[in-house]
Design a protein around this ligand. Structure first.
Ligand code: PHE
Length: 440
């Protein structure tokens, strides 16, 4: 494994990993979940989940990836020779393909809306037409499929170029751009008349809204948002240099990811409140409510383009990271060329992505356990496989791995001691408790 590629710079490694973490989960889901589930109280539980479970599980994935410089199955086989640990690698690969399939559908919607925004076609409709337009689009028999496939092809093109020329270069370019757009948006939003109300909605703790179910949501959100539990970060860490500090990288990544989520809330809600709209629109918020708001705003066409560009940038760096799990596995365990491995990953995602895209229209009657394919993939991967993976990684590194190996990866110091303590005791127990409660 000595000639295996690494990210060229520490900046590149962080940009790519933050790119993985920052996605639709931050910009669309976090603000809406926080708003509906107790505002500041949700925010506090979320932060606790990030610190007590998120960072320890992230560090556990980093230790496995960086100590072996291999794909997930190869890494687990090397660390547990003759054991069954590598089966968790297969679970991670399955989860990543499931997430890639349904996530790409939403990315496809975003590309369609980006193209429409650029052509000025999101402008000048009457309020009802925004809702009808979205409903007609997602139920259409082929348009969402077309955009899903196009998005996956773009994803394919970046991945084909490899680690440094593809993933790292694109992340170095897109992540700063994403931050710039987000900050411009926030400044503009915070100058709107609804800003005060929005900040209160998002930040003021409403303790009455907090129930155990909210804790479950906050944990699920933290896992999804930090890309934890499916070996995505393990795979990226296998490209980290041996000189990078893993705890420092994990802290920076978790901080930036949380910052983007909060900024996204500060970007969206002032606009919603200043136009007298409902903040609880959920999935439709970005496709129906925001275009309608931009329509009434000065320079509305520009804001709409910027919003969908922002969402596009955030989502493609996430799908790249999900895909890299199976690409690393196929190239290293099955000796496929990078081109062939990327083609296999894209092929699988195109098939399942198409089925997920159609589950809003022609396949909406095809349900398993009462869920459409899109919802099923989302539920099984986010609510079942990610927490299971999280417990496994924390226990594997916290209890099973040789202490000397862990110490060689993490070094010593008070932060390391706290992180390892949380990895051994707090994270597995807390994740298991919330997970079991969630299934009851
Ligand atoms: N973290 C990404 C987001 O917030 C989603 C993701 C999940 C990416 C799992 C990679 C792996 O949208």
């Amino acid at each position: 494994m000595s000639n295996r590629a690494t990210f060229a710079t520490r900046m590149g490694a962080i940009a790519a990993t933050v790119g993985s973490a920052v996605g639709l989960g931050n910009i669309w889901r976090f603000p809406y979940e926080a708003g509906q589930n107790g505002g500041g109280a949700f925010m506090l539980i979320y932060l606790a989940c990030v610190v007590l479970m998120g960072i320890p599980v992230m560090v556990a994935e980093f230790v496995i990836g960086r100590s072996t410089h291999r794909n997930v199955c190869g890494a687990l086989r090397q660390l547990s020779p003759g054991g069954k640990a590598h089966w968790f690698g297969y679970i991670g690969i399955t989860a990543s393909l499931m997430i890639l399939s349904f996530y790409s559908v939403v990315c496809g919607w975003i590309v369609e809306y980006l193209v429409m925004a650029c052509g000025g076609r999101l402008h000048g409709l009457n309020p009802d037409e925004y809702g009808t337009m979205f409903a007609t689009f997602v139920t259409h028999p082929w348009r969402p499929v077309l955009w899903t496939v196009l998005f996956l092809l773009l994803n394919h093109l970046v991945l084909r170029r490899g680690l440094k020329r593809g993933i790292e270069r694109v992340s170095n370019l897109l992540m700063p751009l994403l931050f710039v757009i987000l900050v411009i948006f926030c400044i503009h939003s915070l100058l709107l008349p609804g800003a005060g109300e929005a900040v209160t909605f998002l930040m003021a703790p409403r303790l009455d809204d907090v129930t155990p179910a909210v804790a479950l949501k906050a944990m699920g959100q933290a896992f999804f948002s930090l890309s934890l539990g499916l070996s995505c970060l393990l795979t990226y860490a296998s490209y980290f240099k041996n000189s990078d500090s893993l705890t420092r990288n994990a802290t920076v990544i978790a901080l930036l990811d949380t910052l983007v989520a909060v900024l996204a809330g500060l970007m969206i809600f002032p606009a919603v409140f200043s136009h007298g709209m409902e903040p609880q629109a959920g999935p439709k918020l970005i496709f129906e409510v925001l275009p309608l708001i931009f329509n009434q705003m000065h320079l509305g066409v520009m804001w709409a383009v910027l919003l969908f560009l922002l969402l596009f940038l955030a989502s493609i760096t996430s799908t790249i990271s999900m895909s890299e799990i199976s690409i690393a596995f196929l190239t290293e365990e099955h000796n496929l060329s990078r081109e062939a491995a990327t083609a296999v990953n894209t092929g699988i995602a195109v098939v399942f992505g198409t089925l997920c895209a159609l589950s809003f229209g022609p396949l909406s009657d095809l349900t398993i356990c009462g869920k459409t394919l899109f919802d099923l993939f989302d539920f099984v991967s986010s609510n079942v496989l990610l927490p299971l993976g999280g417990i496994f990684f924390a226990v594997f590194v916290g209890w099973y791995l040789d202490r000397r190996l862990v110490r060689a990866q993490l070094g010593r110091g008070p932060v390391v001691t706290i992180v390892v303590f949380c990895m051994r005791y707090v994270a597995p127990l807390a994740i298991a408790a919330v997970f079991i409660y969630g299934l009851l």
